[in-house]
Design a protein around this ligand. Structure first.
Ligand code: DQA
Length: 138
């Protein structure tokens, strides 16, 4: 089982960025925990702050991997291109958010990914990633 976690803009700052919203754990630390927990899964991780790089990565894994866990961060709310690529590929995508975007500003309630995702996990902190991976295993 090959699953990739793809993180969008500013998620490289986890641990320092608005800890009251996103917590104080770095993604690298959390990713080590995920690798330990999901030893039988071939896990990969990719992060970019650049929309086109995210689209390129989704295209390159989207016809061969078993699952994509995607936190497109701010691009979730703005990117027709990311919504389109999720629709274009064969690999199922689970959309993830650390925060409960529906309890935040109105502009975060819109997602170009949700209508074309297999499912959405949000609001459970970093655990949202864990739950998304589990959804591919059950
Ligand atoms: C986020 C929510 C987005 O609205 C925001 O732009 C992010 C992170 C989350 O994981 O809660 O950067 O995707």
């Amino acid at each position: 089982m090959k699953i990739i976690i793809i993180n969008g803009p500013n998620l490289n700052l986890l641990g320092k960025r608005e800890p009251e919203v996103y917590g104080d754990t770095t993604f690298d630390d959390y990713y080590s925990q995920l690798q330990f927990k999901f030893k039988d899964v071939q896990l990969e991780y990719f992060q970019s702050n650049i929309e086109g790089e995210l689209i390129d990565k989704i295209q390159s894994v989207g016809f061969s991997y078993d699952g994509i866990v995607l936190n497109a961060a701010a691009y979730t709310h703005t990117s027709v291109g990311i919504g389109d690529v999720v629709k274009a590929i064969d690999t199922p995508v689970v959309e993830v958010h650390i925060s409960n975007t529906f309890s935040r500003e109105e502009f975060r309630h819109q997602s170009f990914i949700s209508p074309v995702a297999k499912g959405v996990v949000l609001g459970f902190g970093l655990k949202s990633y864990d739950l998304a991976i589990q959804s591919f295993l059950d």
